[in-house]
Design a protein around this ligand. Structure first.
Ligand SMILES: [Zn+2]
Ligand SMILES: [Zn+2]
Length: 239
């Protein structure tokens, strides 16, 4: 069937959006109606299911103790603290139900969803660390999300196998750095983005294998550069 591109108005944000001819084919194949809300609003609705960084103080629904959770106290499902959720007290099989073909899947899923305990925060094998979510195997970390195998890091997002970081995101094997984003295998870097194998530098963008560089962009295997200009070691140190 030949579909035409169709302009629609989002029922949520009231902005225009279009449905491409290919999309209509997909909706027909999946036997669903074309959407009435725009892709951005649909994405927002899907993401409401995932709260990574807003924390609430609430009671554990098993032991009653105070805990920190990504779920507020008024959620319709039980939330258990870390110790209760990971203990043998939680027997997941006891919540199993038989599928009833006479009822809709979503109806059954909704009632199931309200019975099974959720962990207050997702994390395990973290040592001496607080306010972590979606994390594992971290030590001495604070307020760090979506991260694993790190040590001594504060206020970071998606960092892996990194050490001594503050305010960093999307790093892998980075150490002793501040305000670094999208970098790997770096050491002593500050205010830098999209770099790899860089050392003792600051304000770098998209550099590789650079050390002792300041304010540089797109450099490869360079040392003692300031604003992409080569200096001798002595000149650099004087500056
Ligand atoms: Zn919208
Ligand atoms: Zn508990």
């Amino acid at each position: 069937m030949n579909y035409k591109i169709e302009a629609k108005i989002c029922q949520k944000c009231k902005k225009d959006f279009i449905i491409e001819p290919n999309d209509f084919g997909f909706y027909e194949k999946m036997d669903v109606l074309p959407p009435k809300i725009c892709p951005k609003c649909r994405s927002q609705l899907r993401l409401t299911f995932r709260n990574e960084r807003f924390f609430y103080r609430r009671a554990c629904d098993y032991c009653g103790k105070d805990t920190v959770s990504m779920y507020s106290q008024n959620k319709p499902f039980p939330v258990w603290c870390h110790d209760c959720w990971w203990s043998d007290e939680l027997d997941a099989k006891q919540y199993a139900i038989d599928y009833d073909p006479k009822k809709t899947f979503l109806e059954q899923f909704a009632s199931f969803y309200k019975k099974v305990p959720f962990p207050a925060l997702v994390g395990f094998r973290n040592i001496n660390s607080h306010y972590l979510n979606f994390t594992a195997d971290n030590r001495n970390c604070y307020l760090t999300i979506e991260s694993s195998n790190n040590e001594n890091c504060i206020n970071c997002y998606w960092i892996q196998l990194s050490k001594d970081l503050v305010d960093c995101s999307f790093t892998d094997h980075v150490e002793l750095s501040y305000e670094v984003d999208d970098c790997y295998d770096c050491h002593s870097l500050i205010f830098s983005k999209s770099c790899g194998y860089c050392l003792d530098s600051a304000f770098l963008l998209n550099c590789r294998g650079c050390n002792y560089c300041l304010g540089c962009i797109n450099l490869r295997d360079q040392s003692y550069n300031i604003f992409n200009k080569q200096y001798t070691k002595e000149e650099y140190e004087k500056n």
